[in-house]
Write a protein that binds this ligand. Structure first.
Ligand SMILES: Cc1ncc(COP(=O)(O)O)c(C=O)c1O
Length: 376
């Protein structure tokens, strides 16, 4: 049996195209701070960081200090990391050299975060304050800001260098997004009244960038659009953006199945005719969800049906109509559709989910590689 693993190919040129499309929308004066959290939306954190730094990314956004550490150990000292959550004294102390140097910026959402910073063994912290404007997830409300500033001003090691907010529905509800944006403007007035004149300000995620809200601020924080998918199925971004990842799996064996025989666990599929079946080395252990049994895969530019239940490490597909199927050939599971495979958007519809989840669930067993040549 072939022992190759399923494989995620990252297309440098697709990411470059998406990066340039964002650059064109936000202009040269706004820093693009891409989100590489959650293993770069499943694309492979270090592989993605490698491409982004080649494209000129100067700031990378992560979700917690563990992710921050992984990125920092991989980039040069000129690349900054912005940690959007998860402050604890012990990890702050561990990462103190990066924090003191200003390479790692932290964000603060609660008074408890400030307690942790006070406890940490660190001499200087560059901090961004998150403002709650309507997401009701993390951040200080406008009413709290003066008291938080009072507290921050008493902690000598803190330099407040930024402020940010996060939009709840920027891909669908423009009126609500503008309301959030106005609240963030009000927060800025409070900062100015307290002589914080030159904070780094940021709010825009992909939806906001597409609707040009918050794009005039200092940073934008795109995630999903960078990877080639729209934040919402309501937004058409096909021409400007391209899926970066193509996920494929090798055929480990080919079998003949007779009419009436069953395939796989619980005998969920029963052959209605004689057919040729190929078994692929991918399963739910790699993030190929059970629900994708209702999807298809692309082989030799044709759609093939998935037969029976998805196993942990394997799936079976119908290759009866494919000329000369071969063990060792790679079959496309997900990509831009050029090989008749589904996109992450197609899979999200089947799973009744969102492309974010489809991508983030692609597992650690899947080998990621960066390709500099155009897709074949
Ligand atoms: C705080 C924050 N900023 C930016 C983003 C990027 O959002 P998107 O992927 O919709 O661009 C996220 C994503 O979850 C986030 O949590």
């Amino acid at each position: 049996m072939i022992t190759k693993l399923s494989h995620a190919r990252l297309d440098f040129h697709a990411l470059e195209k998406n990066w340039k499309a964002i650059e064109k929308r936000v202009g040269k004066n706004t820093t693009i701070a891409p989100c590489v959290k959650s293993n770069a939306y499943g694309h492979g954190m270090l592989e993605t960081v490698e491409i982004l730094t080649k494209l000129g990314a100067k700031v990378l956004c992560v979700a917690d200090l563990y992710e921050a550490e992984r990125v920092l150990s991989h980039v040069s000292s000129s690349t900054q990391v912005f940690c959007m959550g998860g402050i604890d004294a012990q990890r702050v102390s561990l990462l103190a050299p990066y924090i003191e140097f200003g390479q790692l910026h932290l964000s603060v959402h609660s008074m408890e975060d400030l307690d942790q910073i006070e406890k940490a063994k660190v001499s200087q912290v560059h901090l961004h304050m998150q403002i709650e404007t309507g997401m009701n997830r993390l951040g200080f409300s406008l009413d709290d800001v003066p008291a938080v500033l009072d507290r921050i001003e008493k902690i000598e090691k803190i330099s407040l260098v930024g402020a940010f907010t996060h939009f709840a529905d920027s891909d669908q509800d423009m009126a609500f997004t503008l309301e959030q944006s106005l609240l963030f403007d009000q927060a800025q007035s409070i900062f100015k009244s307290r002589a914080y004149e030159s904070l780094i300000l940021h709010s825009a995620n992909s939806g906001a960038i597409l609707s040009s809200v918050g794009t005039q601020l200092d940073w934008v924080r795109p995630g999903i659009m960078l990877y080639g998918y729209p934040p919402s199925t309501d937004l058409e971004i096909k021409k400007e953006f391209e899926p970066v990842m193509t996920w494929s799996a090798p055929i480990v064996t080919i079998k003949k199945v007779k009419k009436g025989q069953s395939v796989g666990y619980a005998r969920e599929y029963k052959a209605t005719k004689d057919l040729t079946l190929a078994t692929l080395a991918v399963g739910y252990g790699d993030g190929f969800d059970l629900s994708y049994a209702a999807a298809w895969v692309g082989y030799k530019e044709q759609r093939c049906k998935i037969l029976g239940r998805v196993c942990m490490d394997l799936i079976m597909i119908d290759v009866s109509e494919i000329p000369d199927p071969r063990q060792g050939d790679f079959v496309h599971l997900m990509g831009d559709g050029a090989h008749s495979e589904p996109t992450a958007l197609d899979l999200s519809w089947i799973k009744q989910s969102i492309p974010y989840e489809v991508l983030c669930r692609i597992g650690s067993r899947v080998q990621r590689t960066v390709h500099f040549s155009h897709k074949g």
